[in-house]
Design a protein around this ligand. Structure first.
Ligand code: UDP
Length: 337
């Protein structure tokens, strides 16, 4: 029996695959490598390069590898891109999951874990945000994930399938051993930008908005270490395997750090200074986004290990330094060839 991880060569998916392999699970990956890297997969993990929307491919993989659970990461995740290309997002997120679920149901897969997002809440009335808060996504990205949540709920009601939806808050950091991390070129995430500045790849970092009614004027986010997030999925898998009923869970730590505090943490761990520029608010940004984590902590057997912001920053930085050295090396090789 094995676990199918879609998007397993991507940032979060590859941490998931690593965690599963380390736990002795059989894992198989489907990834179209549009943003993932096959080199991120541990040796021996079968990779099928293709689309999670390709039902023939998925059915073949499920049959060949006796897939008993699916953890579904594949999808598009850039909010501004979703504004420009909503139909692309409904295709890559909602329609892809529809096809994947169709194959899963046909083949009798009983467990499904889905990557959702705090973006389903839109602008919350209440912080920390509980799962029962109204869902009012502000972008096609958030809507495409919410539509998938609804679909999953209906599919599980009609068929022999239980699911866990994990609504991620701000995922950050990298593998503590720096084997894998966020390698997407042009990523826009705060910590990624900060470590790019810390490694001299950017002249500065802009702080989008310092006039919010928060203690230091910048936005507040609930950063969760990617390895803890992967462990939350493992705990969700254990929960479903032991007969747990379908559940939708916030996935964060339940504490917020401001943008300025986060940049300060990167400065602290790198021991170098880099330019920080106060800039205008970024349109669409939510002021404070922090998870109410009481449900995940009571439902899953999950104990986060890397809650400390400096640890998240240190791991993100170590990975960025490694990535930079590797890419720089490749560049030098290309130039000298
Ligand atoms: N942010 C910033 N400068 C940057 C990137 C992000 O000030 O170069 C801020 C952004 O405005 C938001 C927070 O950092 O308030 C988190 O942004 P990110 O894009 O990482 O995640 P989001 O919460 O938007 O999903």
């Amino acid at each position: 029996m094995s676990v199918l991880v879609t998007g397993g060569a991507g940032y979060i998916g590859s941490h998931m695959v690593q965690a599963l392999v380390e736990a002795g699970e059989n894992v198989v990956v489907i990834d179209n490598l549009s943003t993932g890297f096959s080199a991120f997969l541990p040796e021996g993990v079968p990779l099928f390069i293709g689309d999670a929307a390709d039902e023939n491919l998925v059915e073949g993989v499920i049959a060949q590898h006796k897939v008993e659970s699916i953890i579904h990461f594949a999808g598009s995740i850039v909010v501004p891109d979703s504004m420009r290309d909503p139909l692309g997002y409904y295709r890559n997120n909602t329609m892809t999951t529809r096809n994947l679920l169709n194959a899963a149901v046909k083949c009798g897969v009983e467990r499904f874990i889905f990557s959702s997002t705090a973006a389903v809440y839109g602008n919350p009335d209440q912080v920390p945000v509980p799962e029962h808060a109204p869902t009012r996504p502000l972008s096609p990205y958030g809507s495409s994930k919410l539509m998938t949540e609804i679909m999953l709920h209906d599919v599980a009601s009609a068929h022999n399938m239980n699911y866990v939806v994990l609504r991620y808050f701000n995922v950050a950091g990298a593998d503590p051993q720096a084997r894998i991390g966020l390698a997407t070129v042009g990523a826009t995430h705060l910590l990624k930008i900060a470590v790019e500045a810390a490694t001299g790849q950017r002249a500065k970092i802009d702080v989008f908005g310092t006039d919010y009614p928060t203690p230091d004027g910048s936005c507040i986010r609930d950063f969760i270490h990617v390895s803890d997030l992967a462990q939350a999925h493992r705990a969700a898998l254990d929960y479903l395997r032991s007969g747990g009923s379908s559940a939708t869970l916030n996935c964060g730590y339940g504490r917020g750090y401001s943008v300025l505090e986060t940049i300060e943490a990167v400065r602290r761990v790198c021991g170098r200074n880099f330019a920080v520029q106060h800039a205008a608010r970024r349109p669409g940004d939510i002021m404070t986004m922090v998870a109410d984590t009481s449900r995940i902590r009571s439902v899953l057997d999950w104990t986060p290990q890397y809650e400390d912001l400096d640890t998240i920053a240190r791991h993100a930085l170590a990975w960025e330094e490694k990535l930079f050295r590797e890419r720089h090396g490749e560049l030098e090789q290309a130039v000298s060839a």
